[in-house]
Ligand binder design. Sequence first.
Ligand code: NAD
Length: 284
Amino acid sequence: MKDFKNKVAVITGGGSGIGLALAEQAADLGMHLVLADIDAGALDAVTKTFEAQGVRVLSQVIDVRNEAQLMALADAVYAEFGAAHLLFNNAGVGSVGKIWESTATDWDWVMGVNVNGVVNGIRAFVPRMIAGGEEGHVINTASIAGLVTGHGMAIYRVSKHAVVVLSEVLSHEFALYGHENMSASVLCPAWTKTQITTSERIRPDDMQNAPEEIKIGAMEIGHLKKMQSLIENTGKTAEEVAAATFDAIREKKFYIITHEDFIPAIAIRGKDILAGNNPRDLGI
Ligand SMILES: NC(=O)c1ccc[n+]([C@@H]2O[C@H](COP(=O)([O-])OP(=O)(O)OC[C@H]3O[C@@H](n4cnc5c(N)ncnc54)[C@H](O)[C@@H]3O)[C@@H](O)[C@H]2O)c1
């Protein structure tokens, strides 16, 4: 897609971080915005800011884990705008903790948001985007954690690998079924200055662990602190990530790797698999 003016960008997790930066760049290109987020306060504040700038915005508080809420959002978007052109399945949450000490609730929450949330977005919007016949592009936010291997953030890593392969299959299926109007990309950022390390702030009530179930020890707290420091000291801005994303949309580029320093780690993993080596923990 090269012409964005008066087209419609749907952005989940549009209330903060990368989603908000995508919304700002979409608005700068003359797009109408659909912002969906579980954080009502953040969503309200950013909506008011866009409206004050004269941007046409439809905002809805939703939990992307909830399929019915995504379907209702799509109904509202098609009633208001009659189309959706860019679909950013971007809402996501972080996790810390070992695989065997993360609770079933932790798995349900992180996989529910990071994987099912993307699936729900696709199921709600893609059939209508295909039927509408206009040029459409689906951009799923994964992470560099979906392309490399390492320790810590176990559920997050699993969820982001799922989003990468989900996006690859989506791209294959658009081609296989002849939906030439549709494209797909997967956004794989590394450290970016957002609120991702404080995802617990928006963990819903039905996803809280009982205090005695929580097994986050010194090691896990250490991982979290290291991550926060890497983001603070070496992270890109959300605006840089959003700009790279719009460049990729213009070029119909599938893999959006925003942090080139991490490309060697992807190659090392590939080489280890091909050589029959055991996985190396590169600390990423
Ligand atoms: N920041 C990084 O370093 C980094 C790196 C790689 C990938 N990512 C990915 O980028 C995406 C955006 O995260 P961010 O870094 O901007 O963090 P962020 O916390 O600043 O923004 C995430 C937004 O998603 C919303 N959200 C969370 N759960 C939701 C739910 N159930 N339903 C609807 N909205 C929900 C939050 O309220 C928030 O507004 C995520 O998918 C994240 O995994 C971030």
